[in-house]
Design a protein around this ligand. Structure first.
Ligand SMILES: NC(=O)C1=CN([C@@H]2O[C@H](COP(=O)(O)OP(=O)(O)OC[C@H]3O[C@@H](n4cnc5c(N)ncnc54)[C@H](OP(=O)(O)O)[C@@H]3O)[C@@H](O)[C@H]2O)[C@@H](O)CC1
Ligand SMILES: [K+]
Length: 509
């Protein structure tokens, strides 16, 4: 279940299920039951539950949960935002079913705010879900602040109220939940920050939407979106076969910077080799050849002079993937090297200084990409962090969510864009995107990005396409970070990558 559905896509999946004969109230009853089950697990056998219910169907799920919990013997209080007479559709039906079970709702107002959270041992947040359309204000915002400040565990229905399900952004005040129960599939807002942190542990409940609805809605808007997971790219990444040859696994090149900035390229080269490239060469300016050679063993070293020299080296078509950027230095020289890399028929990864060397000139980069030919024309990956992204694509792209920005960057450049951060997004020019959520906080350390560049380049050398290599590389990098553990340095990632790959291949069989 790695597909992510925006709230709008989810609304269509609901509608398809209903059109296919599943009554909306049945979907709501199952949703509310799943919430009640999660609440029972949180509260134990007894306790007091406060349900904050909003004016739409999210509130409707809350009424169902309240009714079920009451029937299970919990003390339940429901506070409704707005007038019960204005409830409509399934939410109105769920409200009357709750009343029929002798549970009435109070109105959430200044007069009842002191009951939030009152004596509750769990708060169910059923204020707003997929239908949040603007920042929360007034008494609902005050209730959210009171709940967040109380330390009482919160179970969010579908999404923490205030979080935009498509972007993960907090629209004004937002609930900080310990758990969230969502339905059918995750939403991007469960993985993108700050939504991921506000949602706590997320559980996905089956509410009876048929799988066929997924085929109709997934990717019908701005492209398909997935959680980054081995299920997405694993089929493209096979372990080496016994009768295989190292040359069948490609020959990756990492371009080194000048004598005093060579470490980044070596980190990348080591990671490319560990990721499985058959051969790896550090292409070095002559001034840095000795320092590179004295630090490298399994990785080879070849020197080149300027972009003409690099072009001569790259006449060898066996060199099938190249990374430029780590430690490269910003300026015309790096820019010329990047254009040389892009001119060939091999996969290219541009990182760091290679990206910054195209500041505000994304058209020049896009032009070079559009002139590429051959089977690997589309296999170009850019790995900017937020600052590099803004330098390349300009400030106008900065306001949108990370998912929207990564997509816009991929479309503008024609490359696969890896927008790095705690919630790294990988986006392809055709609109496909994956959101990564396995990276630990301690992965943000000097040289970590160089290792990521190396892993992706190693995977490109083995023949993965740009999107698969980027997604797999980001996931393996995150997993290696988790395995290396707290206080890691970039040097620790390479041995941990070995363990991450061993795990992956053993699970992939
Ligand atoms: N049958 C189904 O489809 C199923 C749906 N399910 C559940 O339904 C949820 C989606 O329901 P929904 O579409 O009714 O949206 P919801 O989040 O309840 O909010 C909409 C209401 O809030 C209002 N409003 C919005 N923002 C506001 C603000 N800042 N401040 C104040 N008001 C604001 C908005 O008003 P309006 O914008 O129209 O003025 C409208 O009245 C979904 O998350 C899931 O839990 C499940 O039961 C499975 C079956
Ligand atoms: K909610």
């Amino acid at each position: 279940m790695i597909e992510l559905l925006t709230p709008a896509e989810m609304g269509r999946a609901d509608a398809l299920a209903i059109a296919g004969g599943v009554p909306g109230i049945d979907l709501m009853r199952r949703a509310g039951l799943a919430v009640a089950d999660a609440c029972s697990r949180m509260a134990g056998h007894s306790g007091q539950v406060l349900v904050l219910a909003g004016p739409g169907n999210n509130g409707g799920d809350g009424f169902v949960a309240a009714k079920v919990l009451r029937q299970r013997g919990y003390r339940v209080e429901v506070l409704l935002l707005g007038d019960p007479g204005r409830l409509s559709g399934d939410a109105a039906l769920a409200f009357s079913e709750m009343q029929a079970a002798r549970l009435t709702a109070g109105i959430l107002s200044q007069d009842t705010l002191d009951r939030v959270p009152g004596q509750a041992s769990v708060v169910i947040d059923a204020l707003f879900g997929a239908g949040l359309s603007r920042p929360i204000e007034g008494v609902a915002g005050e209730a959210i602040d009171r709940v967040n400040g109380s330390g009482v565990p919160v179970l969010a229905v579908d999404l923490p109220s205030g979080v935009n399900g498509a972007s993960g952004e907090a629209m004004g005040p937002a609930i900080r939940a310990s758990r969230t129960v969502t339905f059918f599939r995750l939403k991007p807002g469960h993985l993108l920050l700050p939504g991921r942190q506000l949602a706590g542990r997320v559980e996905i409940a089956d509410i009876g939407i048929p799988a066929s609805a997924l085929d109709e809605v997934h990717g019908s808007e701005a492209g398909k979106t997935w959680r980054n997971d081995p299920a997405l790219w694993g089929p493209a990444f096979r372990p080496p076969c016994l009768d295989g040859h190292k040359y069948a696994r490609g020959h990756a090149v990492v371009v080194s910077g000048p004598a005093l900035s060579t470490g980044a390229a070596r980190l990348a080269a080591g990671a490319a080799l560990r990721a499985g490239a058959g051969l790896v060469t550090v292409a070095t300016p002559p001034s840095a050849a000795l320092v590179n050679a004295s630090h490298l063993t399994a990785v080879m070293v070849r020197s080149f002079r300027g972009s003409g020299g690099l072009a001569e080296m790259l006449a060898d078509r066996r060199l099938n993937a190249i990374a430029l950027g780590p430690g490269a230095g910003v300026g015309d020289e790096t820019r010329a090297l990047a254009l040389t890399c892009l001119a060939g028929e091999r996969a290219v990864l541009l990182d760091a200084d290679a990206i910054t060397s195209f500041t505000a000139e994304v058209e020049a980069l896009a032009g070079a990409l559009s002139r590429r030919t051959g089977a690997r024309a589309a296999d170009v990956v850019l790995t900017p962090h937020d600052g590099e992204f803004a330098r390349l694509f300009g400030e106008s792209a900065v306001g949108a969510s990370r998912l929207a920005r990564a997509r816009a960057g991929a479309q503008a450049s024609g490359a696969v864009v890896v927008l790095k951060g705690a919630d790294t997004v990988v986006a392809a020019p055709d609109g496909r995107a994956a959101v990564n959520d396995n990276a630990p906080a301690w992965l943000a350390t000097a040289g970590s990005g160089d290792v990521l560049s190396g892993i992706v380049t190693g995977l490109l050398a083995q023949g993965l396409d740009g999107f698969d290599a980027a997604c797999a590389g980001v996931w393996l990098h995150g997993r290696a970070g988790a395995l290396a553990g707290p206080a890691l340095t970039a040097e620790d990632l390479e041995p941990a990558l070995r363990q991450a790959l061993a795990e992956f291949f053993s699970r992939a069989g």
